[in-house]
Ligand binder design. Sequence first.
Ligand code: CP3
Length: 354
Amino acid sequence: SANQSPAGKQQTATYDSAFLKACRREPVPHTPVWFMRQAGRSLPEYRKVREGIPMLESCMRPELVTEITLQPVRRHGVDAAIFFSDIVVPLKAIGVDLDIKPGVGPVVENPIRTRADLARLRDLTPEDVTYVTEAFGLLTRELGATPLIGFAGAPFTLASYLVEGGPSRNHEHTKALMYGDPQLWADLLDRLADITAAFLKVQIEAGASAVQLFDSWVGALAPADYRRSVMPASRKVFEAVAGYGVPRIHFGVGTGELLGLMGEAGADVVGVDWRVPLDEAARRVGPGKALQGNLDPAVLFSTPQAVETKTREILDAAAGLEGHVFNLGHGVLPATDPDALSRLVEYVHTQTAR
Ligand code: CP3
């Protein structure tokens, strides 16, 4: 309206964006698109500004975070930005001795496997991550109507790095703890739920218009174990941020058998990898939730024609959904041709323009 401040006008335009409308299952002018890991090594401009700066250090520099977050928005015209950070940043911020090793991922010097270890995980306060608040301030000013997605790692996926001490194929130490000392496991996940909720609150209060909880590795579990040993902690995170009214997205890889439970844990939007078609995913998730996904990121290494064919199949499977946010089924692979991503955004927009 005429008496709105510039900041108020920007908030209204953001609220009315295709991305947030799709998350709320409202009609959209076109299917919105963004990509997990859209900021990163696929972009030469990213490799250039990151040169010589370790990953975790780059997450603590608000101007650099702002530049990296904006790069894929400028280049691809995606419908949302995702805050440049990493799931282990809040753990680093509370003093966990971890690092992100190039080509490997997060590595924890002293894994957490006993009750004494658990005592090392203290609460996260906004003062621990002032660089995050600062970056959100810079970003919301630069982004205009484009929504900014905040994110965090879910308790299970964070626990897997903390307990294994690094990336893991089979999660054997994690499962040993989960089955062997259920009480310590529950206490660990509850602790991580509090840290995660605090980290998401910082981002929402600094201007995030949606949040995504990455439970990337939870597909390693059977549904009964998920329900018993993981869902209470993830639900606690979602409930802690429910009152803000920002859409909550819940994503994991290989979660075909868990989609219903991941929706039940409290998400507004459920992320789907490429293993389950979206119409089938909608049946598993049930009514009242939007879906996000689900092009196999490896398809982008094929011909432009093949990318269009696979994308068309996804749009057809999504035609009957109440809300669809187009995305990959997992993060952009580092060797992806960035032009293939730009073409994909354009294709989804023109194919779905209403
Ligand atoms: O664009 C975006 O999506 C935002 C940035 C982002 C990063 N990590 C930056 C990053 C996001 C959302 C994440 C989340 C993340 N981090 C997840 C969940 C998403 C998923 O992929 O399932 C996980 C499991 C991690 C842990 C992690 N951090 C891994 C597995 C790696 C890759 C290791 C490697 O070098 O291949 C990292 C490092 C990391 N996080 C990079 C980036 C851009 C690469 C580091 C670099 O560029 O040097």
